[in-house]
Design a protein around this ligand. Structure first.
Ligand code: PMP
Length: 443
């Protein structure tokens, strides 16, 4: 088809063919499989660019789904990691001085965080936060928001199937498992509500409020085009949690240390009881954390009711030295100003192109992580997103990719901006986007 990117890429095609013998779908993570014609193999990266196996260079707005906040191969971070592991080794299975140093940085940037535990991925951070909330409240139920994503473990592998929702005949999208291997029982404690819908959250709390351990929410839906909670809705969640003895968990795996020093909570001025972090906190090194109220976190302890948390690789020296370097830079330099300005400039370029082609469009979310929606309204939630022209977006995205602009060809994934994007050629981006949109419309 017209969408294929790998037509003249012998090295990429050979690598994928070999990989099919070695891994299901030929990839290490199923989301990396973009079909036989479009799956990408990366050879090198630098700043805001990646280079594929056939030497095509891309300006990357996908940034590995969000972790890259400074740029690829940032020497300030890399040198600190090398120094740390050269001296200390990678793990000892014991505590180190770095543990507290990184927590103190987090606490400085996110003033409502009182205690922290580390993890190795966003998934693990969410598992830890949810278990802690259950341990603290002695309740099981969890409320999640349609279009959010909280990691690859059974209980969170249920989604609102908006793709297959017939809004004419069905009141709400069905909640379905992400696929095979997810036991029906893992859904037992889950309640799902649409974002920004006051009646829906009231209904759940009226029905089962006494059983709800936590609301788990991405304050800005990093997995649904950066559609944001309104200020009023976030306040509503804070109030309904307080009124019901429920904890508010903000999953800031994508927004944390990206949209502001203190994440989305700084933008809203509303505090979660527990927060999860990963991605940007290590500029691409695998590090994650969860933390929040001291009284809640202190249920992590021994004894019958003590919550268990840990892991062999938790707070390893690669993760912590990367976090220390990244957070120090983010805290002490004007990186956020640079990132936000690049984000504004890029949105202006894209907006001009869409307007030129007569495409109604709305940007959603913060400048460091914005969603693009083709339609006349900013969607308020995942159900609304279905009304946007996501097919046009996907065509446009594939055309951009062929011309050296990397992004996820799905409008549910935002454009991620890193500090290195400050140097990109905006005129060239405009030219490429113009041609990509002209072709998308013609096809
Ligand atoms: N929470 C959110 C909001 C995420 O976006 C993701 C991953 N995209 C996760 C949790 C899971 O993180 P990880 O892939 O590091 O396990």
């Amino acid at each position: 088809t017209d969408m294929m990117s790998n037509a003249n890429k012998p090295a990429t095609n050979a690598l994928l063919k070999q990989a099919h013998n070695n891994m299901p779908l030929g990839v290490a993570d199923s989301y990396r499989y973009w079909g036989e014609e479009n799956t990408v193999f990366v050879k090198s990266s630098q700043g805001c660019t990646i280079t594929d196996a056939d030497d095509q260079q891309f300006i990357d707005f996908r940034l590995a789904y969000g972790p890259i906040i400074l740029g690829y191969r940032d020497t300030r971070v890399d040198q600190e990691v090398v120094a740390a592991i050269t001296e200390r080794g990678t793990i000892s299975g014991f505590s180190t001085d770095l543990d507290s140093q990184v927590v103190e940085l987090i606490k400085q940037m996110c003033p409502n965080i009182e205690k922290v535990r580390f993890a190795n991925s966003g998934t693990e951070a969410v598992i830890g936060a949810v278990r802690t909330a259950r341990g603290f409240t002695h309740r099981n139920k969890i409320v999640v928001v349609e279009g959010g994503f909280h990691g690859l473990y059974d209980e969170m592998m249920w989604k609102s199937d908006v793709d297959n929702w017939d809004s004419e005949t069905e009141a709400a999208p069905k909640v379905t498992a992400f696929g095979g291997g997810i036991p029906e029982a893992s859904r037992e404690h889950l309640e799902t509500v649409p974002l920004n819908d006051f009646a829906a959250i009231d209904e759940v709390f009226t029905r089962v409020g006494d059983d709800i351990a936590a609301i788990v929410i991405e304050p800005i839906l990093g997995n649904c085009g950066s559609i944001a909670s309104t200020q009023e809705y976030m306040q509503k969640l804070r109030d309904i949690c307080d009124a019901n003895g429920t904890l508010l968990i903000m999953d800031e795996v994508k927004t944390g240390f990206r949209v502001a020093k203190g994440g989305a909570q700084e933008l809203y001025g509303i505090h979660a009881d527990l927060t999860t972090y990963a991605k940007a906190m290590g500029n691409g090194y695998p590090v994650a954390a969860f933390g929040g109220r001291k009284d809640v976190m202190d249920v992590i302890s021994f004894g019958k009711n003590g919550v268990t948390h840990g892991g062999t690789y938790t707070a390893n020296m690669i993760a912590l030295s990367a976090a220390k370097a990244t957070l120090t830079i983010l805290n002490e330099t004007n990186a956020y100003d640079t990132i936000n300005k690049a984000g504004v400039d890029i949105q202006q370029v894209l907006s001009r192109v869409f307007t030129k082609h007569g495409i109604e469009h709305k940007f959603a979310g913060p400048d460091a992580m914005f969603g693009i929606h083709f339609g006349s309204q900013v969607p308020h939630n995942y159900r609304d997103w279905k009304k946007t022209d996501s097919d046009l977006y996907t065509e446009f995205a594939h055309n951009l990719i062929k011309s050296g602009i990397m992004l996820e060809p799905d409008s549910r994934e935002p454009w991620f901006i890193c500090e290195s994007h400050k140097d990109i050629d905006l005129a060239k981006l405009e030219e490429i986007a113009d041609a990509a949109m002209a072709k998308a419309i013609a096809d």
